[in-house]
Design a protein around this ligand. Structure first.
Ligand SMILES: [Zn+2]
Length: 179
């Protein structure tokens, strides 16, 4: 797991360095700033809000749990689920527990399981999966099974046996003839 985590963050950092257009999830510090901004904006009734505050309020909200403010996605009308924004530093733990819960499941299973509770960009999930050694081994085993399967199949064995009997029979005849 520790190797998985190290590899994941190395690849993830590289991904966001190379893809400047992709929105990198906020780290703890940025989360704190955004939380403060949202709280200020909510209090600023009648006062002028900054563009950033308008933007943040249109997408996010905060929820207080045990004295700690968490950022959540703004709920759409009729939506019940609280979807948490996951800080960069917590991405691995969140993905890891979900990945284990779905039995090292595929990307689609991960997306399905995550989307009801937290917001994690797809490339992050993809990179997480690429770094999972257990999944790699599973894939390699599946591949090996595909290669071995026709050889160990019943049909092949029985065919091989028939061929062998015919061959032996012919050989015997030939041997007898020769004798
Ligand atoms: Zn896995």
């Amino acid at each position: 797991m520790e190797n998985h985590k190290i590899l994941f963050y190395v690849k993830l950092d590289k991904f966001y360095l190379e893809n400047k257009g992709a929105k990198k999830p906020w780290n703890y510090e940025e989360m704190q700033e955004v939380t403060n901004d949202i709280l200020l904006a909510k209090q600023a009734i009648g006062k002028k809000r900054t563009r950033r505050q308008y933007h943040l309020l249109s997408l996010y909200d905060t929820i207080e749990i045990g004295n700690k403010h968490n950022i959540i996605k703004k709920k759409l009308e009729g939506e019940d689920n609280v979807i948490y924004v996951t800080p960069y530093e917590d991405l691995f733990e969140k993905l890891y527990s979900t990945h284990i819960a779905v039995g090292h499941g595929t990307r689609d299973k991960m997306i399905f399981s995550l989307k009801a509770k937290c917001q994690i960009p797809r490339p992050v999930i993809q990179i997480f999966l690429e770094c999972c050694q257990v999944c790699h081994k599973k894939k390699a085993n599946r591949h090996a099974n595909l290669v071995i399967k026709p050889i160990i199949s019943k049909e092949f064995c029985s065919r091989a046996q028939v061929d062998l009997i015919v061959y032996c029979a012919r050989r015997n005849t030939k041997c007898t003839n020769n004798m």
